[in-house]
Design a protein around this ligand. Structure first.
Ligand SMILES: Cc1ncc(COP(=O)(O)O)c(C=O)c1O
Length: 455
């Protein structure tokens, strides 16, 4: 029989997968390999440190039977700890920030953990910050263990013991550059230290979101004011113990837009469905690989699965709301569905046989100055407040006429899949366009609705 004694046996030994099209598109001569940490049983690189920190604590006596594990996490370390805790019979409480995706939060609950959510804006060191909250809960909970992945030596040690040797062996020692994100710093410091011991010429490169402190801290020793960014799990607002700047040769800053676009491309052209921090890493890896010749061999960490972010950057609606969607993916349907609060709006319209005064009352009640005239869900004309008022100045009796007698020509009607360019073109000559799906008018876009979209 061939089987594993429990799910923990599946952690590690993740394969390398060659990145082909993204490199070819940019004329890259070096080889770039993805280290598929998303294939761990909890779908992230953090499974390795979950079991590593728990076994360390069992040996040291910090964690006793029936104990509760309490940790501050952006989700993946929690998942790694919760999987090991489920197998070994411990309870878990995880403290997250609101920034963490719903998918990861529900996943943790599905693994039996209790979850506490803290404000994302709380500053380091203040009582509401998620790390301070986790510390407080652990002090108040009897028989508890607070691993603190940011400083626990078993975090980088797991990567020194497993990730580093796997990469060295699978590349036959030919690796020249290693690219990883820096969250706690465990992955880059542990793997980097092992690889440098094997060959000190291997370059260890950190990929860091714009807004995080690591690049400035590495280059100047100063800690700048951090600014918010959307990528989860990487970057910090303060230096952390496990991020060993001596092991890291260079840090490259990547924008949210570049991270998410690269992750979305990675899934579309390579079939590797990964999270936002993987986009950060791959964007940095491609930048490094561009300057290398055919002897370059870059290994980049695929931190976690894209399934954790289906409601975030894999949603066109979310990307549009954050002003990050590539203009070519913005369609007429998407604009009309997501305008204002994001909830689909009923189209306010007049019928051709409606009395004009009723139609004007409807426009005034809804605070709109122009409406389509629809018959059986097809557009037959339009009413524009300024034109109607001009006509009424001439002849007040028109108030009792049917809409069909005073209406103007229809607004342009576009298919839901019409591109943003076509929407803009039509809005140059008409104040609004109607959206049609299966020959039924389903939405309206006015000039005001496209003001905040990318040009
Ligand atoms: C999604 C994701 N990517 C990358 C990282 C960074 O890894 P490390 O903490 O080893 O630096 C984390 C860590 O929390 C993460 O959750």
């Amino acid at each position: 029989m061939k089987f594993y004694n429990d799910i923990l046996g599946l952690i590690g030994n993740t394969p390398l997968v060659k990145i082909n099209k993204l490199t070819a598109q940019q004329g890259i001569k070096a080889q770039v390999f993805a280290k598929m940490e998303s294939l761990n049983p909890g779908y992230s690189v953090k499974d390795r440190i979950g079991i590593s920190m728990i076994e360390h604590a069992e040996k040291s006596g910090e964690l006793k039977p029936g104990g509760t594990i309490i940790e501050a996490t952006s989700g993946n370390t929690g998942i790694g700890l919760a999987i090991a805790a489920a197998v070994k019979g411990y309870k878990c409480i995880f403290v997250l920030t609101e920034k963490v995706s719903t998918e990861k939060l529900r996943y943790l609950k599905g693994l039996g953990a209790d979850v506490v959510v803290c404000p994302a804006a709380a500053k380091h060191g203040t009582p509401d910050h998620y790390v301070e909250t986790a510390k407080r809960i652990s002090q108040e909970t009897p028989n508890s263990f607070y691993p603190d992945q940011y400083s626990h030596p078993a975090n980088p040690a797991a990567h020194y013991r497993t990730t580093g040797p796997e990469i060295w062996n699978d590349t036959d020692g030919k690796i020249t550059h290693f690219v990883s994100g820096v969250g706690t710093g465990g992955t880059i410091s542990g793997t980097g230290r092992y690889l440098k011991e094997k060959n000190p010429n291997i370059q260890i490169i950190g990929a860091d979101p714009f807004g995080s402190i690591f690049k400035t801290y590495k280059e100047t020793g100063q800690v700048p004011e951090a600014t918010p960014y959307l990528v989860e799990g990487v970057g910090q607002s303060l230096p952390v113990g496990n991020a060993d700047m001596k092991t890291i040769d260079q840090i490259i800053n990547i924008t949210d837009r570049d991270s998410f676009e690269t992750a979305r491309q990675l899934s579309r052209v390579e079939g590797i469905f990964a999270g936002g921090s993987t986009g950060t890493n791959v964007a940095a890896a491609l930048r490094v690989a561009k300057d290398l010749d055919e002897n370059g061999l870059v290994v980049v960490i695929i931190c976690d699965t894209g399934e954790h972010y289906l409601s975030k950057f894999y949603s066109d609606e979310w990307m549009k709301e954050k002003l990050l969607l590539e203009p070519q993916r913005i369609t007429a349907g998407l604009i009309s569905e997501t305008k204002d609060s994001g909830s689909p709006k009923e189209v306010i319209f007049a019928a051709p046989d409606e009395i004009l005064s009723d139609a004007l009352a409807k426009m005034s009640k809804n605070g709109v100055t122009q409406i389509p005239v629809l018959e059986d869900n097809r557009s037959v004309g339009s009413l524009k407040e300024s034109r109607i008022l001009a006509k009424l100045l001439e002849n007040r009796d028109l108030l009792n006429s049917a809409v069909s007698e005073v209406m103007d020509e229809s607004f342009p009607v576009l298919d839901v899949d019409a591109s943003f360019d076509i929407v803009k073109e039509n809005l140059h000559r008409a104040p609004a366009v109607l959206i049609e799906d299966f020959k039924r008018v389903t939405g309206i876009i006015t000039r005001a609705d496209v003001l905040d979209l990318p040009r």
